[in-house]
Design a protein around this ligand. Structure first.
Ligand code: DGT
Ligand code: CA
Ligand code: CA
Ligand code: ZN
Length: 579
């Protein structure tokens, strides 16, 4: 075979499209799930080009001859017969409809087959005309859900996920550091506030050579177009339409500049209103004392907040939802910091669906300076390819300890055990009891009713051996997560001594910060985990910490800031209490 047109991620994306369209077309479960499994295998495999060259595609989990042929076709032509055929039946805009939360694949299928609803515009029209509400089995609540889903979908359009935006921001900062001299240089805006998605990337910088910096910035090789270019600011567009704004000002106002462009808009408006009552006018150029006409410039953000007579507010808390009052009363929590983290409870190796070997994962965790960590593979219900049976669990345990000792990192033997549809666990209690710590996660039957899901999660909390509920809402990219009675589950978690995870995997960030903030009110303990499926993804724990900060969590509320012995005590306490 000659060149490959598509890489792993693109092929996986197309396989997932096939999967969705097959389900839409009414194909049986086992058939379309085969493509989902194949997509996941490709995402986690080495470069396709090499696999194909070595004729090793069929060695991947869940990939037989026919799917392998589809994958090779995709690589070679960038397209395949199967997807072309399916695309004839469904227009590409059907994915807009599928992206609206509140609409499952079944509903989308019915809406398309019977009413020709094939795009977001069609769907909006059906809602507005009242046609949707007139359909059988379409209650008021479902219509409301779909309405909200449409709004959320539109809001998400053209926004970039936090993890991806951070990588681009680091690249552009590195590029700028190599250019004309700058004093201070960082990112601001929603990215610095660690919002789950960002509209654009805002870079602020101080330099006495603004013109040269701007000129260098717009010449970045990844800029597809220059949107604006002035003496102190410029905007560029990258491939795919992501915008980067740059502002350059003198170093004396760096604090004012950074504070202004970190936002949020709501936070800044409220801050200014409060400042005006104190006789101060706040802007990106400084703080003006209205009575004297004196201008206060701030080299740091801390000075800005001090000048307005309030406690420093960390960027992650600047949402304009009451933080200004709390800062005036000097009662902000001391937020958890990345340096407080002593370990990571959630990661996978090649023993389940991870991409790197057990030894690599443990060595990489040790290299991050962690005191402890746990490898938490999937339980056997995930199927023989990804899930481990109890014998494999025991075999792995010996290896984990062996590598751990060699690398002087404490190891907790763990598992990410499926919470079955009835709330029981995918291993028996006696197998669960052998683990040092257990994560319980929902991966199947996501379409249960709210009531069933609530009971399911509460029952998992009540299991004496379940210590952490993994990615509790199941949110993933544009899927908003399954619905359950949040308060009831949070209360159960607090009552039973079960921690709730803030999963840092890029698509997840689950619990979402607003729900974590709510759970905190119930006295819940949290974990911040990477859920890494490759060594490089261990860094995703940073994203989890950023979301914990947005939720206003302190280190005391997060289990993996505690020592190894304290973690053991947390586990023991629950076993004694509920066993
Ligand atoms: P995004 O980009 O939609 O994810 O959200 P932000 O918050 O990054 O918004 P962006 O990029 O428009 O502006 C960055 C910050 O700069 C924003 O949070 C507040 C400040 N800012 C920018 N333009 C204005 C403005 O015209 N008025 C006010 N009050 N603040 C502004
Ligand atoms: Ca922005
Ligand atoms: Ca901007
Ligand atoms: Zn999981």
């Amino acid at each position: 075979m000659g060149q490959t047109l598509l890489g792993n991620d693109q092929v996986a994306k197309k396989l997932n499209q096939i999967r969705t369209l097959m389900e839409l077309a009414g194909e049986p479960f086992y058939k379309f799930m085969a493509y989902e499994r194949a997509a996941s295998a490709i995402e986690n495999a080495g470069p396709l080009k090499e696999l194909i060259a070595a004729d090793e595609l069929v060695k991947l989990p869940g990939i037989g001859k026919s799917i392998a042929a589809t994958i090779m076709e995709l690589c070679e032509r960038g397209q395949c017969g199967l997807l072309e055929e399916l695309s004839q039946r469904f227009p590409p805009t059907i994915f807009e409809v599928l992206g609206v939360s509140g609409i499952g694949i079944k509903t989308a299928g019915t809406l398309f087959e019977q009413f020709g609803i094939a795009s977001l515009a069609d769907l909006e029209h059906a809602v507005e005309s009242g046609m949707l509400a007139g359909l059988p089995r379409m209650g008021k609540k479902s219509v409301e859900n779909i309405k909200r889903g449409i709004l959320a979908y539109k809001g998400r359009q053209n926004r970039t996920p936090l993890g991806a935006a951070l990588r681009i921001a680091r690249d552009v900062l590195a590029y700028l550091k190599d250019g004309p001299p700058t004093d201070r240089l960082t990112y601001a805006g929603s990215l610095r506030r660690a919002e789950v998605t960002v509209g654009d990337i805002d870079i602020v910088c101080t330099s006495d050579q603004a013109a040269a910096v701007i000129d260098y910035f717009v010449r970045w090789k990844r800029a597809q177009a220059v949107l604006a270019e002035g003496p102190t600011k410029a905007s560029i567009w990258l491939e795919g339409g992501l915008q980067i704004d740059l502002r350059v000002l003198p170093d004396a106002v760096y604090g004012n500049l950074l504070q202004h462009f970190t936002g949020s808009r709501e936070h800044n408006i409220q801050l200014r209103e409060y400042a005006v009552r104190k006789g101060l006018r706040v802007s990106e150029n400084g703080i003006l004392e209205l009575e004297t006409g004196r201008s206060i410039t701030c080299r740091t953000e801390e000075e800005v907040y001090a000048a307005i007579d309030m406690q420093y507010i960390p960027p992650e808390l600047r949402s304009g939802i009451g933080e200004i009052d709390v800062a005036r009363a000097r009662s902000l929590p001391a937020l958890i910091e990345r340096d407080d983290i002593r370990g990571d409870f959630h990661m996978h190796s090649t023993w389940s669906d991870g991409r790197d070997t057990l030894e690599t994962m443990i060595a990489s965790a040790a290299a991050l300076g962690y005191e402890y960590h746990s490898i938490s593979e999937h339980s056997w219900g995930r199927g023989p390819k990804y899930g481990m049976n109890p014998e494999q669990v025991r075999a792995q345990r010996a290896k984990v300890h062996e590598y751990g000792e060699k690398l002087s990192i404490r190891t907790l033997c763990s598992s990410e055990v499926d919470i079955l549809p009835d709330g029981s666990m995918d291993y028996s209690d006696s197998v669960l009891a052998e683990f040092d710590i257990v994560i319980g996660s929902i991966h199947s039957a996501l379409n249960q009713t709210r009531d069933e899901l609530t009971k399911r999660l509460i029952r998992a909390c009540e299991n004496p051996y379940v210590n952490i509920i993994g990615h509790p809402t199941g949110r993933y990219d544009t899927f908003n997560g399954y619905e359950f009675d949040y308060d009831a589950v949070f209360a159960a978690a607090a009552r039973t001594g079960t921690a709730l995870e803030i999963d840092g995997q890029e698509g997840r960030l689950d619990l979402p910060a607003p729900l974590a903030r709510r759970a905190k009110e119930f006295g819940v303990t949290f974990t911040t985990d990477s859920d890494a499926h490759a060594a490089a993804q261990l860094a995703n724990l940073d994203l989890a910490v950023s979301q914990a900060r947005r939720a206003g969590l302190t280190k005391e509320q997060v289990l993996n800031t505690r020592t190894f012995d304290e973690v053991k005590m947390f586990v023991e306490r629950k076993r004694r209490r509920t066993a």
